[in-house]
Design a protein around this ligand. Sequence first.
Ligand SMILES: *Cc1c(COP(=O)(O)O)cnc(C)c1O
Length: 487
Amino acid sequence: MENKGLQYYVDAAKRSMEWHARYLAEMRQCRFDTIAVHGVYSMQESLDFNQGSLIEPVYMSTSQGYRDSDELEAALGYMIPTWCYSRIANPSMYYYEGVLALLDGYGTGQETSCLGTSSGMAAIQSATDPFLVVDPKRPGAPLNFVATCQVYGGTFQQFAIRKEKERGIQWRKVVHSHDLSEWEKLIDENTRFLYGEMPSNPAQAFFDLEKVAALAHKYKLPMIVDATVATPALLRPIQHGADIVVQSVTKSLATSGFAIGGAVISRKNIVSNIDNDEMKADFATYLKLLPNRDNGPNISPMNAIMALNDIRTIRSRMDLVSRSTQKVAEFLASHPDIERVDYLGLPDHPLHELASRYMFLVDAEFDELYGRKVNRYGHLMSFRVKGGAQAARTVFDAFRRIYRATDLGRIKSVATIPAISTHSQQGEEGRKIADIPQNLIRLCVGGEHPDDVIGDLSQSLDALHGKKIFVSGPEYSAGGASSAKLQ
Ligand SMILES: *Cc1c(COP(=O)(O)O)cnc(C)c1O
């Protein structure tokens, strides 16, 4: 058999990459919904390589076979596009990464890349650890990073325990993230990145991203933003100067609750004080091809496709659930048993004005229903019940349709008491600075009709006044045994 030679494959790869770049440029001209529906899965790919399959196929295979030794060598040397081995890459993951890169890059006029991870936490670790390396010119200097203290409970643990306690990397906490001077005074020559969650889960903290990103760049630091709560349908941080975005795709993006997944999305040529040009040029791709190849925290093909199916409708869903949450928040704000409601959409929220400069339903100006820019604030909110911890539990225990679960972003309404669940591990002091009291209930409003969500809340609040409530039996299914501490 005639040997085709390595160059044969490299030339073929060049032609396909050029075709692909043209296709991507074409997709970037489309509106958000079109990108969400089709992503990077083209009709050509469907017809030529996937038997016309309309929906992206799930490639469960662990690995890819090659035609000959030349193709194998070119592939393993990253000279041709290849997926090689599913710890590193896989066609189904590629569709997931491609669409998320385009969505978070939408309207930025910039090229973006994405790395798919097995969870939102893996995305946060993947996005932050590469910066936490010692500068050879300053050996022994203790590293630090500056991040908002109002973060998701898992992020709090990763920062406080895994990074600070176990590795001695200092987390300098920004308590009032809308105060720019607080960020600046925490930065020094051993700072590696600025990190913020906006809006935060559950506290709804929000900061002026354009100003904080400018501050990061002034000190040659990357700006990393967790925008899970907003989703790219309402906020795309790269448009406002962020270098890197992390998403827990598990939440609103994959609303049906069939997948755990995360993503790191970066713009080209990120800012960093670390001497690593390859990392800075294309951060997400660098993570994919090098550190994550070696560490292995990538998403599985099944999770990627399950998430894709939900991502297609993210814009219209975020519009619907934001409008419902606004109604629910207004109902609660006027209820006599409620001490306080935190939702950025309420005009008297102290950060309403700031959030209104950032959070818009993407493409509303091209929607025949609106024809102009409209603010939307997502479906996460919290409320505090008058009467303290026990009163909050009484209301919580009376929900009949709103699920009690440590989850959010679902198409079904879900609530939790963060002080005894998502944020229990960070302790009293940690909750105090993050402003998470015991009577606070976090509610994520789903796709039900808002009147029915309000109905459930209303009857639950009646439980405070002695109304008898429904309680389910104490039977457990065997599936829970794996996580229960059985005696
Ligand atoms: C849930 C969540 C995460 C973590 O995501 P997982 O997919 O559960 O690992 C990170 N950030 C925010 C804001 C979240 O809500």
